[in-house]
Design a protein. Structure first.
Length: 519
């Protein structure tokens, strides 16, 4: 995303810097963004890799391994990563990495096409890799050997020292172990496993990796000193779970970039759960706005909209770390203290999102189960209907039962009893009684209850109901922290404007009435 001013960033700092709206748009479609190249061929991505490899003399498997490491071959329909990188090859446009502009110069493709068109994006990635190889003086014979490309791959990361080594090592691990990936759209992309012996002359990983000072099994790669604050203003009593919206090495290198103004204490790799620490626990990393001073931030490699990143290895490694932190700081292992970024007060982010399995995670840390703190708070409310299952169905059932509509056991399974209760509720609120819980019914359900006058400075459960209802009504996340601050006031004004109510940013009978009738 475009770089923010320092002032704005300090308030909302987080490495997972895709704005909530973008992530919401990705989620709202209900299926992954395909952006499939060359839809007229049955294997567009394989063809793109083959043709780009040919055109620039880059080994095809190396090219595919770089793409897999960057994006799991998901181009996200041209939407940017946290470091403003695009597409399968993560062509970047930020102060430390201008591979998008370089690719445009080398291929003659426009930046717009390189961002959105997967075939062009892969061609651009190949061109940039070849450019690094040429700068390093690789000759034709060397270019045919994947092992010679290690320093070129390290340069492709635009990172330095350990972060560059992390990046290149990951690519060579994929080459050694092989890749069997399913790209969005269903195409299979394979990289056969092979023995590798990368030429690390220029970038020696063993020399640059250090051990974490706080967590012995982690690596240490320090963030830039201007991207966190030394010391803390509050005792640590929370762990905040994030998704990077970018690759592992890319994120660690982003914390080293003076322009990013973000950092996290720990980052976890998807493929194997490797942990890198970038900020000391005694210091305040910039990852979750006002929660920074009282929390340890853990970033998880991946993108909110693609569940492929959330591997069992990652869950287990992250859970071990959280258990360690809970023991060290006496953090209660419940969903009020082990929270998602989206649940942090004032958060405008959706990570880790609905693909993150909270129940599994809480089980792994021997904590109390939960699906969103109170089970009612979500960054987005999606349509629930007959046949739906999961935590949002459970929330619908809980809300209906609380209002005296007989939805049956809150088991997370949307059957006939739940549908009947939804219809009864809809009739009572003069909504179309179709038995489907869309934005209007969600808004009415989430706001149901008492209607005290609320204004900036108010707090408590009614504020939480207001915040959840606004999230459903507006389709953008309004952090449900129970505290009526400036973000809530802005959301109220937006709602009042959209519903032609008098716009005062306060919640009186007219605004409550509109919300409770699903407007
Ligand atoms: Zn985050």
């Amino acid at each position: 995303m475009p770089l923010r001013t320092a002032a704005r960033t300090r308030a909302r700092a987080c490495a997972c810097a895709v704005a909530a709206l973008t992530a919401t748009a990705l989620l709202a479609t209900g299926h992954p963004a395909t952006a499939a190249p060359r839809a007229d061929t049955p294997d567009p991505m394989n063809r793109a890799f083959a043709e780009a490899a040919d055109a620039y003399g880059v080994p095809r498997d190396l090219l595919a391994a770089v793409g897999y490491g960057e994006s799991r071959l998901d181009g996200h329909a041209g939407r940017p990563s946290q470091a403003n990188g695009y597409g399968v090859m993560h062509l970047a446009s930020n102060p430390a990495n201008r591979s998008l502009e370089k690719a445009s110069e080398l291929t003659g493709e426009s930046a717009a096409r390189l961002r959105r068109d997967t075939t062009a994006n892969i061609l651009g990635g190949a061109a940039v890799l070849r450019d690094h190889a040429d700068a390093l003086g690789l000759d034709a014979a060397e270019r045919r050997d994947v092992n010679s490309w290690y320093p070129a791959v390290a340069r492709y990361s635009a990172a330095e020292g350990p972060a560059a080594a992390l990046y290149a090592d990951a690519v060579y691990t994929f080459l050694a172990e092989g890749v069997s990936a399913t790209a969005p759209g269903g195409e299979e992309v394979l990289v056969p496993s092979r023995p590798v012996a990368p030429d690390k002359d220029a970038v020696s990983a063993s020399d640059v990796y250090a051990a974490s000072p706080d967590y012995p099994s982690a690596r240490w790669v320090a963030a830039y000193s201007g991207n966190f604050v030394v010391g803390r203003k509050a005792a640590v009593d929370k762990v905040v779970i994030h998704t990077t919206q970018g690759s592992y090495a890319g994120s660690i290198s982003w914390y080293q970039n003076p322009a990013s103004k973000v950092s996290a204490h720990y980052t976890i790799r998807s493929s194997d759960g490797e942990v890198t620490q970038s900020v000391l626990e005694k210091d305040t990393a910039w990852h979750a706005g006002s929660t920074n001073s009282s929390s340890v931030g853990i970033e998880h490699e991946g993108y909110v909209d693609n569940p492929a990143w959330y591997t069992e290895a990652m869950y287990r490694s992250s859970a071990e770390l959280t258990k360690h932190l809970a023991a060290r700081y006496g953090i209660p292992k419940n969903r009020s203290h082990i929270i998602g970024h989206s649940e942090a007060p004032g958060a405008d982010h959706t990570d880790p999102g609905p693909n993150w399995d909270w129940n599994h995670y809480m089980e792994l840390i021997d904590g109390e189960p939960g699906s969103g703190g109170d089970g009612l708070t979500f960054p987005t409310y999606t349509t629930q209907q007959s046949g739906s299952t999961g935590p949002q169905v459970k929330a619908v059932q809980t809300l209906l039962n609380a209002q005296g509509y007989q939805a049956g056991a809150a088991d997370g399974s949307f059957g006939p009893t739940t549908k009947g209760a939804v219809q009864a509720f809809q009739r009572a609120r003069a909504l179309e009684a179709d038995g489907t819980v869309g934005p209007k019914t969600w808004t009415a359900l989430l706001s149901a209850g008492t209607t005290p006058a609320l204004a900036k400075g108010a707090s408590g459960d009614a504020v939480k109901r207001l915040q959840r209802a606004l999230t459903a009504a507006l389709g953008t996340t309004v952090g449900a922290d129970g505290s009526f601050g400036p973000a809530t006031e802005t959301a109220v004004r937006t709602y009042q404007t959209g519903r032609k109510l008098s716009v005062d940013g306060k919640v009186g009978p007219a605004t409550w009435g509109a919300l409770q009738s699903g407007k």
